[in-house]
Design a protein around this ligand. Structure first.
Ligand code: GDP
Ligand code: MG
Length: 162
C-alpha cells in the first residue's frame, strides 16, 4: 500500500495547486474562486522517487450548508482515508475562524497532522507562522505550492516516519 496524504483546509488556501504540483498534472481545478473542487480527487504522485497517493478536497469552512456541506463531508472522508493530513493555511491571509474550526476537528482525530502555511513567497513566512503555531497543532511547515518552495522538505518530514 502506498502512503496516502490528504490535503485539507478552507477554500482558496492552495490545496489544488499543491495537488497539481505533487501529481504533475493540471487536473485539479485551480481558480481564484474558492471551493471549486467539489469532490475529493485522487492522484498518484512520484516525487524524487517517493510514491504516494494524494487526495485533494474542496475545502471546509466550518459553517456549511448545501453544496458546502457536501464539500465538507468529502474532506472528512479524505481525512479518514489518509495516513497523513496536510492542514493547509494561507500565510497571506493569516489565521481565520475557519482555520480554528478545522483545527478543532483535526485535534479529535487520531491522525498525524502537519500544519502547512502556503503562499510564503514574497512575505515574511516566519512571523505569519507564529500565528498558526498558536493553534497548538505543532510546528508550521512553510511552502509556496505555486513555486515548489518547501515541498521537498515537507515530503521528507512527513513520509520518512511512515
Ligand atoms: P484551493 O481552493 O485550496 O484548492 O486553492 P487553489 O489551489 O485553487 O488556489 C487558490 C489561489 O491561491 C489561486 O489563485 C492560486 O494561484 C493561489 N496560490 C496557490 N498557491 C500559491 C502560492 O504558493 N503562492 C501564491 N502567491 N499564490 C498561490
Ligand atoms: Mg481546490
Amino acid at each position: 500500500m502506498l502512503p496516502v496524504i490528504a490535503l485539507v483546509g478552507r477554500p482558496n488556501v492552495g490545496k489544488s495547486t499543491l495537488f497539481n504540483r505533487l501529481t504533475n498534472t493540471r487536473d485539479a481545478l485551480v481558480a481564484d474562486f474558492p471551493g471549486l473542487t467539489r469532490d475529493r480527487k485522487y492522484g498518484q504522485a512520484n516525487v524524487d522517487g517517493r510514491q504516494f497517493i494524494v487526495i485533494d478536497t474542496g475545502g471546509i469552512t466550518g459553517d456549511e450548508e448545501g453544496i458546502d456541506a457536501a464539500m465538507a463531508e468529502q474532506s472528512l472522508l479524505a481525512i479518514d482515508e489518509a495516513d497523513v493530513v496536510y492542514f493547509l493555511v494561507d500565510a497571506r491571509a493569516g489565521l481565520t475562524a475557519a482555520d480554528q474550526g478545522i483545527a478543532d476537528y483535526l485535534r479529535k482525530q487520531e491522525k498525524t497532522v502537519y500544519v502547512v502555511a502556503n503562499k510564503v513567497d514574497g512575505i515574511d513566512g516566519d512571523s505569519e507562522s507564529a500565528e498558526f503555531f498558536a493553534m497548538g497543532m505543532g510546528d508550521v511547515q512553510q511552502i509556496a505550492a505555486a513555486h515548489g518552495r518547501g515541498v521537498a522538505q515537507l515530503l521528507d518530514l512527513s513520509l520518512d516516519p511512515l
